[in-house]
Design a protein around this ligand. Sequence first.
Ligand SMILES: Nc1ncnc2c1ncn2[C@@H]1O[C@H](COP(=O)(O)OP(=O)(O)OP(=O)(O)O)[C@@H](O)[C@H]1O
Ligand code: SF4
Ligand SMILES: [Mg+2]
Length: 340
Amino acid sequence: MSRHSQNGPIYEVEGLVIDLYTPTVSVRAVDGAGFYVAPGETLAIVGESGSGKTVMTLGPLGLLPEGVAVDLRGTARADGKDILSMSPTDLSRLRGGFFGVIFQDPMSALNPMLKIGPQLAEQARRFAGLSATEARKEAVSLLARSGIPDPEDRYDRYPHELSGGMLQRAMIALALAARPRVLIADEPTTALDATVQAQILALIRQIQKEDGIAVILITHDIGAVSVLADRVAVLYAGQVAEEGSAIDVLTAPVHPYTRGLLASVPDFRSDNATGTKEIPGIPPNQAQLEPGCRFADRCELVQPQCRTHRPPLVKVGAGSVPHRVACPVVIAAEGIVTHD
Ligand SMILES: Nc1ncnc2c1ncn2[C@@H]1O[C@H](COP(=O)(O)OP(=O)(O)OP(=O)(O)O)[C@@H](O)[C@H]1O
Ligand code: SF4
Ligand SMILES: [Mg+2]
């Protein structure tokens, strides 16, 4: 099933550390995490609420929580270019053109005061370099392609005149208007009902097939991961616990957190004879992080060394897509062969 590309990564983040400071608290939102995605590939980023999925993916692009002071370190490259040293103007151009972002709330991207079509046309004119006439045509065609019926009519509608599902499609059309090479979808379907969710995911998949773009899907929905993703990165408390091909991570998870996450999903594992169970406990307070494994307080297999040494991500198995796991205890206990 792997559509893993032979090409190198088009967006690549390494050793990322992001500290957020509010007047009352400082939080290490991302703690030495990284990921990559290649053209034509879908990377899913999963993990509990607050694990740092959004900040890790969008932070390097300068899309960070408002009203918070930020310290960001590490490396991030888009098409081989260092993003973190770019001027604000270049970064803003990259954000609008190279990257397309779909948020959970369409109204965070669409202007409520402007008609839908002209917003798309403006995006196509600015970032894809089209003339005003071409941009109008492109906007209508993007609305059609995004599954919006009667696109000529919808072109002249305001956002409040569209349903939730149609607005989500309009936002996808807006993200595509600049002809991005990396599409980032941050919980794109959480607010929608199940039928529309399935339609939106099918749309993202179709666009990816047609355009060969890279997709990063940030989601809680393991079902969506199994349908759409080539690779998966599991984030826990700002660190990558496990990453690898979707098949490896979903069918042969190694990290206790990944195993717990999958066991907590109803109906996901038909071989799960004991039924679903929640992972006990809560994630650590990221304002007061202890050394060692972030998962230690919730882990049934915890050993004394887990509390003192940060577990490194180690390559396991011999698959062509690297499968990496940050849990030396399970690797040793189960005699899993490592490759680093
Ligand atoms: N505006 C903010 N002020 C302070 N801390 C914040 C702010 N936004 C995010 N954080 C902190 O940064 C960390 C990572 O947040 P992030 O939004 O990336 O998580 P997430 O995995 O995307 O969660 P969710 O699934 O709920 O979207 C969390 O610990 C969170 O508390
Ligand atoms: S390193 Fe230790 S605490 Fe962390 S997941 Fe593995 S066994 Fe559990
Ligand atoms: Mg988020």
